[in-house]
Design a protein around this ligand. Structure first.
Ligand SMILES: [Zn+2]
Length: 473
């Protein structure tokens, strides 16, 4: 019997506005516990929320980038529940008039591209954070309380772990490109709820379970594999799937029942009387539309078409807008695209990931690549220049000059080194003459070492060959 997996996602994205959604407290990450709160974001009775317009702008920009229909008027609803991280007794969210509806995001896979439809985007406030002490005591940090969230809800039309992964990667790319969130899953600025059900091919949608707050792409993939297998096993042995919320235990790699799934009615949603409806003007819409740059997928396809680069290179180059910019500028300075891509996807990104200061401009990078391709520097020395100038300001030519990195093409100097090595290793030279080809590499290495890595390999090879084989005859 063949099974189909149906996954719908609720992606919670922290918007990177400077202040919270309903008060002016800072949204900075990593400050001392409870240092960034006020009566509004800690839910004191009588404290009145005031909507941060930046949140609306970011939500609308996201909606436009994802092809959603943007509401003319949107308002907030109270989602009632009690939990210590939500002292107000309700979350301020949206149900009846969400900011955006519909839309979709196209993903590319081995079977071609596919549009994953979205149901809606809504704005809400984040809750505080529970922190467990060493002896099991419970603390609550309200700094995160009131940080603006955008929840992106997809239709249950993702059908495998890799498809979900591809969707999330594409989404992260879009959100970063339009500048609304940094989507750092490890810092919790993006969290994913996975709604999953399985059905036999041809049947209607099965009963779903929900796994909450997955915080890495890896756990999302693992959770989908585990949960679909669990559900299929239950159904194949004649059981039923409970409609429930489950917790994903990352350490053990299993999902555990948490509570019966609440329905919308359980939250007794109603419009928040403290917050008036918000009208979305044409002007705001057009301003936000104008702030959307070329999106990663379009950029990727343009790179594949115009620069004839492999898809993986295009993905790597377009994943970060600053990297894409450096690549395009380097190419515009006359560096062949494939060459620029090799340097950027390799050494440049490695250095960037190490996280040090960055002083590399397209001009410098182009100069280093040119010096290597014209033979002034060996590839290894070119890499050394790149590394050095990545950390400090400086000029590639000056640096190479000062460090004595330029290639030695003075024939006399190379000949002298070859002679010295022949004298120092007479046994190896003899064995090489007798046919031990491997020793040629050894002797070559010794000459290169003598020249401090700056010799021209083809010149060394030809002089060494002459010296060993022809001079003798
Ligand atoms: Zn506050």
């Amino acid at each position: 019997m063949s099974w189909q997996i149906d996954v719908g996602l609720e992606v919670h994205v922290e918007l990177n506005t400077a202040s919270k959604i309903f008060c002016s407290c800072s949204t900075a990450f990593g400050a001392g516990p409870n240092s960034l709160c006020c009566p509004v974001c800690t839910g004191h009775p009588g404290a009145l929320p005031v909507f941060n317009k930046k949140v609306l702008e970011y939500a609308v920009r996201t909606g436009l980038a994802l092809g959603c229909e943007i509401a003319d008027i949107t308002f907030f609803d109270r989602k009632n529940y009690f939990y210590p991280d939500q002292p107000r007794g309700y979350q301020i969210s949206q149900l009846y008039a969400t900011v955006c509806r519909g839309g979709g995001l196209e993903i590319d896979g081995p079977g071609g591209s596919r549009l994953i439809p979205l149901i809606e985007l809504h704005m809400e406030d984040d809750a505080g954070k529970l922190v467990y002490g060493e002896n099991g005591e419970l603390y609550i940090d309200y700094n995160r309380s009131g940080v603006p969230l955008l929840e992106i809800v997809t239709a249950p039309e993702l059908h495998s772990d890799w498809e979900v992964s591809a969707f999330l990667e594409e989404l992260i790319g879009v959100l970063r490109a339009i500048g609304v969130s940094d989507c750092r899953m490890q810092e919790g600025s993006m969290r994913v709820d996975v709604n999953l059900s399985v059905r036999r091919k041809g049947e209607s949608l099965g009963t779903r379970t929900e796994m909450k707050n997955l915080s890495s792409l890896r756990s999302v993939r693992q959770a989908i594999r585990y949960e679909s297998k669990r559900q299929i096993e239950i159904l194949e042995s004649g059981g039923n799937i409970e409609n429930e919320t489950r917790r994903w235990d990352e350490d053990r790699g299993i999902s555990l029942p948490m509570r019966a799934k609440e329905e919308k009615e359980d939250y007794r949603y109603f419009p928040d009387p403290d917050l008036p409806p918000v009208k979305i003007s044409r002007e705001l819409l057009e301003t936000q539309r104008g702030l959307i740059p070329e999106l990663p997928r379009a950029k990727r396809r343009r790179y594949m078409r115009d620069f004839m680069l492999p898809e993986q290179d295009c993905r790597t180059l377009t994943a970060d807008i600053s990297v894409a910019k450096l690549f395009e500028e380097t190419v515009s300075l006359g560096i062949p695209p494939l060459e620029a891509s090799k340097w950027i996807c390799g050494d440049y990104l490695r250095l960037m990931k190490e996280g040090a200061g960055e002083h590399m401009t397209a001009e410098k990078l182009a100069r280093i690549i040119t010096m290597v391709s014209e033979g002034m520097l060996t590839r290894a020395n070119g890499r050394q220049v790149l590394e050095a100038l990545f950390y400090t300001q400086g000029d590639p030519d000056k640096y190479a000059e000062e460090k004595g990195l330029f290639r030695i093409d003075d024939r006399n100097a190379v000949e002298k080194a070859v002679r010295e090595i022949m004298e120092n290793f007479p046994v190896q030279v003899e064995e090489c003459r007798a046919g031990k080809q491997k020793l040629m590499d050894f002797l070559m290495g010794q000459v290169m070492r003598k020249l401090e890595g700056r010799g021209d390999p083809s010149l060394i090879m030809s002089l060494l060959n002459n010296a060993i084989f022809q001079d003798k005859q």
